[in-house]
Ligand binder design. Sequence first.
Ligand SMILES: Cc1cc2nc3c(=O)[nH]c(=O)nc-3n(C[C@H](O)[C@H](O)[C@H](O)COP(=O)(O)OP(=O)(O)OC[C@H]3O[C@@H](n4cnc5c(N)ncnc54)[C@H](O)[C@@H]3O)c2cc1C
Length: 436
Amino acid sequence: MNSFLTVVGAGLAGSEAAWQAAGMGVPVVLYEMRPQRPTPVHKTSYCSELVCSNSLGSLNDTSAPFLLKEELRNLNSLVIRSADAHAIPAGAALAVDRDLFSAEITRALEDHPNITIRREEVEDIPAEGPVVVATGPLTSPALAEKIAGLMGDEYLYFYDALSPIIDANSIDYEKTFFASRYGKGSADYLNCGMSREQYDAFLDALAKADKVPLKEFEKPVYFEGCMPIEELAMRGPKTLAFGPMKPVGLNHPETGQRYYAVVQLRRENKEGTAWNIVGFQTKMTYPCQREVFRMIPGLEQAEFFRYGAIHRNTYVNAPELLGPDFCVKDRPGLYFAGQIVGVEGYVESCAMGAVAGRSAASRILGRPFSLPPKETAIGSLLQHVLTKGKGSFQPMNINFGLFTGMETGIRDKQARNQAIIQRALAAQAQWLEPVD
Ligand SMILES: Cc1cc2nc3c(=O)[nH]c(=O)nc-3n(C[C@H](O)[C@H](O)[C@H](O)COP(=O)(O)OP(=O)(O)OC[C@H]3O[C@@H](n4cnc5c(N)ncnc54)[C@H](O)[C@@H]3O)c2cc1C
């Protein structure tokens, strides 16, 4: 085992991993392939470049993204520190001047006495660990091939087709019914029946909604069989009613009512606090998703834990591959962090980098390390990454639907969220005590 940490990729996750490990006194070699080898989206040679929006999510102090940032602040996160230093006015969001933000991170990493930055592409997973692979959704093809070779092709995914996830508390159960098709098995699905008129109005709204255009490198995604719901709708007025909104075998179990179309919701977790709209991956903009999906009977007041999306990505099947210490099961000392480990978003990626960096540094120092508790935002993301059910693993952003198995019993949403946040920060403080 090396006495230094190798980090591959100086994006949001890799920069944070290097910073955290270096802060614990461990020498770090940080590899970044830009500017020698560009990606299809990065435009600069800065570390932690923001590839699209300049927002690091909500500042609303009853939101899950707020909690995640707060926990990272408590870990002395370089990414969040730089974001705070270069924040620009953006209402309730933490938006940053992207160049000043990334320039500061780059400078801090370059100036750190424990960090050496090497500007070169890593084409294979370094044999000697500890290593944190944080090469992101656009991992270079050579390295992606090696990762697939190490793990098996079936453990590396190249796109996301995400259906929206709804807060169970916001569903109208008077207008929906539990049933499985033809009554087979237990009644696990929550069904939203539509009349012909409701279906037609829904199709019309789908057609008129604003969509996010596909980037050139994302186009092959459609050939892999994940059509956005609005594209399917354009194939003909009955396509959805014969496809993801098929009503056959789904009459109302009590009234026997038949529907022209049925939207099915599937539990996203055991507790049933979050529901996934089955087969509703989409390229509609977030405001349009909110408007159009609220036309579904029973979802008029729906609150979205996650919006639908389809985009190019690279991520490993973490629940299958990673052990409880966050390392690859049969490769102790090999970590994945950032979007490649199955989270979604800048701050989520940074959080996974912080955990991998700290864990790897502890390994080098011969110190015990425990993962952040599941009551915390970082811990709840780790729960998703490490334990999400077989075959259904998809990248996730931070949301209160992930805080499962610890209900507060509070009905008021604001008060409930505040209680979750207080509990998380207390649990983090307790976790940090022995660690620091
Ligand atoms: C097009 C696009 C738009 C997105 N927009 C948003 C958004 O608006 N908001 C949001 O929150 N999230 C967004 N995301 C999702 C995600 O948050 C970001 O991709 C985030 O940057 C992921 O962080 P990361 O550290 O995992 O990867 P990255 O930030 O991409 O960092 C990976 C780094 O590894 C380097 N690298 C890759 N391969 C190698 C190699 N072989 N050797 C050495 N270096 C290598 C890359 O150059 C890069 O610097 C977007 C993703 C994509 C693809």
